[in-house]
Design a protein around this ligand. Structure first.
Ligand SMILES: Cc1cc2nc3c(=O)[nH]c(=O)nc-3n(C[C@H](O)[C@H](O)[C@H](O)COP(=O)(O)OP(=O)(O)OC[C@H]3O[C@@H](n4cnc5c(N)ncnc54)[C@H](O)[C@@H]3O)c2cc1C
Ligand SMILES: C=CC1=C(C)c2cc3[nH]c(cc4nc(cc5[nH]c(cc1n2)c(C)c5CCC(=O)O)C(CCC(=O)O)=C4C)c(C)c3C=C
Length: 537
C-alpha cells in the first residue's frame, strides 16, 4: 500500500481478510511486533494457504506423492525470500529449504516454437546460436541493434500495453509475440496486448523515459547500483527487518549472500510447508485467532465509533476493528465496499482476473523426459497456433531431482548418504489464462486433461502408453491472478486514496494486486512493509 497508515493504538483490534501467504505473514509480523494487538484472520476456505497448495495424494501404486497446485519456487534474489527463510529458521523448519544452482539443469528454460519443438532460452554460446537460428528469434537481432538509436518520441503520455512498448522499442512486433508473450504467460497467464507496461515492466519504461533507451538505461543503472547492500551485508529492507525484530545481523547477511547466488528456492514438502508452519505457529499465539470457512462480505465504518465492521454471512458480523487488512483479489472487492461507498464499489468493478486450468501428471518408476528436455519447463508464446490454450508446462521432477539442501555454515551436516530415490516423471500443465476470456465457460476436467495429453505427446514426444499409465489431477484456479490492465497503476492509486478516505485510513490493501509484483516474495515483503507503517512510533 502506497499511502500512509494510522498508527495502531495500544491493545488495538485488527482484522485480516484472507488466509493466503499475504494474510498469514501480515498476521505473523504484526502479532510478533505488537503482542498487545488482538488479530482475527478470516479465511473463506476450510484451509489456509490460498493458492499455495502442495496437494498430498497417492499414485496408482498407492505410494504417497506431492503435487503442487500453485506456486512451487521462489526467486533467490529477493528480500521476501530472505524473510521467509528467517521465519522458517525461527520456527525450526530451516532444514526444509532447498535451492537450485544457477548452472543447474533445472534452471534451463525452453520456449515452444511454431513447429512444436522446444528451443532453449540461451545460457551459452551454443544455445545462443541455436536460438538465433530459430524462427522465434525473428526481429531480435535487428531489434537489439537498433534499440539505442530508436527514438522515444512515439512514447505515449500515459500507459500502454507491453506489446506496444516492446514493439516500439524493438521496431517490430515479432519480439513481443514470439518471446516476451511467453515470459508473461509464465508470470501473469495474460496477454501482452492487454497487460500494462508500467505495471509489469515499470523499470524498463522508466529507462526509456530517462535515458531514451532500455539498453542504455540498463547499462547506466547497473553501473550506478548493482545490488545495494548496507555495510552489514543486508539489503535496505532486510536491514529494516533486522532492526524491527532485533535479529542477528550476521545470520541475515549470510542468507542475503547465499540466496543471491541461487536461481530459485524451494521447500521440501512443497511451498505449503511454509504456510502450514506459520498457521501452526499462529494458532498457539494468545493474541491471534484464525477463523476458517468464513467469507468476509460487506465492510463498513461505524459513524460514531470509527471502527470497522465486517459481515460474515448468515446475518453474522464481527466488529470493533481499529484496522482491517484486505489481502484478497481486487476483482472481488466491489461487493465488500458497496454498503459504505457506491463510487468506491464502482471503481473496484474495473478489476478483473485470470483463471488458470492446472493439470498434474505423475508417472512412477520412469523418467520420460529426454536428456535434451531436462529443464525447468517450457512456455508457449502467443504466435503459436495453440489449439489447447496451453500457457506452459513445468517439469517438477527435474526441479525436484536437482534441488540441493540449504545448509548454512553453522548448521550440522549429515554424514549419512541418503537413499537413492526411484525415478519418476512429474509435470504440471498450465492452460487457460487470457485464452479463456473468449470462451463462455471454462472447459471441463476431461477436455482439459485430453488437451494436456495432446500437448505432452506432440511437444515432448511422450508416448500415449506412458500418458495413460500416469495419474492425473485437475484443478481450476479460478480468478487466481489479478489482470494488470493498461492504466492499472493510476487505477490503483485512485482506489487506494478512495479507500483511505472512505474508511479514514482504517483499511489497508495488500495481496497480489497491491504488492510490487505478483510473486510470493513480493506479497511477503509488502506485508512486512505495511506492518512497519502501522507500528512505527
Ligand atoms: C498457477 C500459479 C502459479 C504461481 N507460481 C508462482 C511461482 O512459481 N512463484 C511465485 O513466487 N509466485 C507464484 N504464483 C503467485 C503466488 O501464488 C502468489 O503470490 C501468492 O499465492 C499470493 O498469496 P496471497 O495471500 O496474496 O493470495 P491468495 O493465495 O489468493 O490468498 C487469498 C486468500 O483469501 C481467501 N479469501 C478470498 N476471499 C475471501 C473473503 N471474502 N473472505 C475471507 N477470505 C477470503 C482465499 O480463500 C485465499 O485463501 C503463482 C500463482 C498461480 C495462480
Ligand atoms: C517455464 C515454465 C513455466 C510455466 C509453465 C509457468 C507457469 C506459470 N507461472 C505463473 C506465475 C508465476 N511464475 C513465477 C515465476 C517463474 N515462473 C517460471 C516458469 C514458468 N511458469 C520461472 C522460471 C519463474 C522464475 C523462478 C521463480 O521465481 O520461481 C512467478 C513469480 C515471479 C516473480 O517475479 O517472482 C509467478 C507469479 C503462472 C500464473 C503460471 C501459469 C501459466
Amino acid at each position: 500500500m502506497l499511502g500512509p497508515l494510522n498508527n495502531l493504538p495500544a491493545n488495538a483490534r485488527v482484522g485480516v481478510v484472507g488466509g493466503g501467504i499475504s494474510g498469514l505473514t501480515f498476521t505473523y509480523f504484526l502479532g510478533k511486533l505488537r503482542p498487545d494487538v488482538k488479530i482475527t484472520l478470516f479465511e473463506s476456505q476450510p484451509r489456509t494457504g490460498g493458492w499455495i497448495h502442495s496437494f498430498n495424494t497417492r499414485d496408482k501404486n498407492g505410494d504417497p506423492v506431492m503435487l503442487e497446485q500453485g506456486p512451487r519456487t521462489l526467486r533467490g534474489v529477493s528480500d521476501g525470500t530472505v524473510l521467509m527463510a528467517d521465519i522458517l529458521r525461527d520456527l525450526k523448519r530451516q532444514s526444509a529449504i532447498q535451492y537450485v544452482r544457477k548452472r543447474s539443469k533445472a534452471n534451463r528454460k525452453f520456449l515452444l516454437d511454431p513447429n512444436d519443438n522446444l528451443v532453449q532460452v540461451p545460457n551459452s554460446i551454443t544455445t545462443l546460436i541455436k536460438f538465433l537460428l530459430n524462427p522465434l528469434s525473428k526481429g531480435l537481432i535487428s531489434g537489439f541493434l537498433g534499440e539505442r538509436m530508436r527514438s522515444a518520441a512515439g512514447r505515449p503520455r500515459g500507459d500502454e500495453s507491453v506489446h506496444s512498448f516492446i514493439s516500439r522499442r524493438f521496431g517490430n512486433e515479432y519480439v513481443s509475440t514470439n518471446l516476451v508473450s511467453a515470459v508473461f504467460h509464465g508470470i501473469y497467464a495474460d496477454d501482452v496486448k492487454q497487460l500494462s507496461a508500467r505495471k509489469v515492466m515499470g523499470r524498463m519504461v522508466e529507462y526509456e523515459a530517462k535515458y531514451g533507451s532500455i539498453l542504455r538505461g540498463a547499462k547506466k543503472s547497473k553501473q550506478a547500483n548493482g545490488r545495494q547492500l548496507t555495510p552489514s551485508g543486508l539489503t535496505p529492507l532486510v536491514s529494516l527487518y533486522q532492526d524491527a525484530f532485533e535479529k542477528d545481523k550476521y545470520e541475515l547477511a549470510r542468507l542475503c549472500k547465499d540466496f543471491g547466488k541461487y536461481s530459485m528456492i524451494g521447500l521440501t514438502g512443497g511451498l505449503e510447508t511454509f504456510t502450514k508452519a506459520v498457521s501452526q505457529e499462529l494458532i498457539k499465539w494468545p493474541n491471534v485467532e484464525i477463523v476458517t470457512s468464513k467469507k468476509v462480505g460487506k465492510i463498513t465504518l461505524g459513524k460514531m465509533s470509527q471502527q470497522v465492521t465486517v459481515s460474515l454471512g448468515g446475518g453474522q458480523i464481527s466488529s470493533g476493528f481499529d484496522h482491517l487488512r484486505l489481502t484478497t483479489n481486487p476483482s472481488s472487492w466491489a461487493e465488500l465496499f458497496i454498503q459504505e461507498s457506491k463510487p468506491l464499489s464502482e471503481l473496484s468493478n474495473r478489476a478483473t482476473s485470470n483463471t488458470v486450468l492446472l493439470v498434474n501428471y505423475y508417472l512412477p518408476g520412469k523418467d520420460v523426459l529426454l536428456k535434451g528436455q531436462q529443464g525447468f519447463g517450457y512456455l508457449v508464446p502467443q504466435c503459436d497456433e495453440n489449439v489447447e490454450n496451453l500457457l506452459g508446462v513445468i517439469f517438477d521432477s527435474v526441479i525436484e531431482k536437482n534441488y540441493k539442501a540449504y545448509k548454512p555454515v553453522f548448521s550440522r551436516t549429515s554424514f549419512f548418504r541418503t537413499k537413492k530415490k526411484k525415478d519418476y516423471t512429474k509435470l504440471t500443465i498450465m492452460l487457460g489464462g487470457h485464452h479463456l476470456k473468449y470462451e463462455a465457460n471454462a472447459p471441463s476436467k476431461d477436455i482439459t486433461i485430453r488437451a494436456a495429453k495432446y500437448a505432452l505427446h506432440n511437444h515432448l514426444g511422450i508416448s500415449l502408453e506412458d500418458l495413460e499409465a500416469g495419474s492425473w489431477e485437475f484443478v481450476t484456479a479460478k480468478n487466481c491472478l489479478p489482470h494488470f490492465f493498461v492504466g492499472y497503476n493510476e487505477w490503483q492509486n485512485q482506489l487506494e486514496s478512495q479507500v483511505l478516505q472512505t474508511y479514514k485510513a482504517k483499511v489497508s490493501l495488500g495481496g497480489m494486486g497491491f504488492s510490487k509484483g505478483p510473486g510470493v516474495p513480493d506479497v511477503v515483503t509488502d506485508a512486512f512493509q505495511d506492518v512497519l507503517k502501522l507500528t512505527e512510533e
